[in-house]
Design a protein around this ligand. Structure first.
Ligand SMILES: [Zn+2]
Length: 116
């Protein structure tokens, strides 16, 4: 028998098929079979302060002084950040990166611009 995917919401393994849908009996989540393969490719478009589309591995520059929890210095305007990673974050915190002197952090896309 074909292995059914776990529920994407609660990770239940008791999902079952109903026509073109998968259904989770535990959290009542329903999703289309067709959507399953596209979940990972759900296109996340992250644009910088200038509206330039960013990509994984891009280098960016911070365009605004930012306060950072747990850091007295925060992130200064003009700080260069190398090798960003795009994530689907809350509130447009879509940029996962390491900032020198601050560490791993998620930044709002509107506070950076792509370095050339
Ligand atoms: Zn579920």
């Amino acid at each position: 028998m074909e292995q059914l995917p776990n529920c994407p919401k609660c990770n239940s393994e008791y999902t079952y098929e109903d026509g073109s849908l998968f259904i989770c009996p535990e959290c009542a989540h329903e999703w289309s079979k067709d959507a399953v393969e596209e979940v990972e490719e759900d296109v996340l478009v992250v644009k910088d302060a200038n509206g330039t589309v960013l990509a994984d591995g891009d280098d960016v520059t911070v365009v605004k002084d930012l306060k950072v929890k747990g850091s007295s210095s925060g992130i200064k305007v003009g700080t260069k950040i190398k090798g960003i990673r795009l994530v689907d974050g809350n509130d447009d915190h879509n940029i996962d990166c390491k900032v020198p002197g601050v560490g791993a952090i998620k930044l709002k896309q509107e506070f950076v611009k792509k370095s050339s």
